[in-house]
Design a protein around this ligand. Structure first.
Ligand SMILES: [Zn+2]
Length: 131
């Protein structure tokens, strides 16, 4: 587990994918995030993020073949500067998994009293869409 000595305690914004039991993050400390009006996150698109993670997974496992990022449970953290709230958008499959939720909160240093969880149709994996 990496230590973030320089950013100890600083919350992160960004995105994650859950593949099997492992969560893959693409994130930056909130003070280095990209600000659009009141929202702070990363300025990379979902598509670019998935291409990046896909390359990593493909290197680890040449048989990995999920090319469509919408197939995979995922989520995103956006900090709203006006409200001083971290919005944690997350797929229902991840939200149901207490261990994964705790891991995300810990890894991204999301402050308990200032984090709101949201599930919506943008963050649905293949399985959620079928339910
Ligand atoms: Zn799902």
């Amino acid at each position: 587990m990496a230590k973030f000595s320089k950013h100890e305690g600083t919350p992160f914004v960004g995105m994650f994918y859950a593949i099997g039991s492992i969560i893959y993050y693409v994130m930056v400390p909130v003070d280095q995030g990209d600000r659009q009006e009141d929202d702070v996150s990363t300025n990379t698109t979902h598509y670019e993020w998935w291409r990046y993670i896909y390359r990593i997974l493909k290197r680890q496992n040449p048989h990995f073949d999920i090319e469509d990022h919408e197939y995979v449970p995922r989520g995103r953290v956006i900090y709203n500067t006006g409200e001083d709230i971290y919005y944690l958008y997350v797929d229902r499959c991840i939200r149901k998994n207490k261990r994964q939720m705790q891991e995300i909160l810990n890894t991204m240093h999301l402050p308990k009293g200032k984090t709101k969880m949201v599930t919506n149709f943008h963050y649905q994996c293949e399985k959620c869409r079928k339910d």
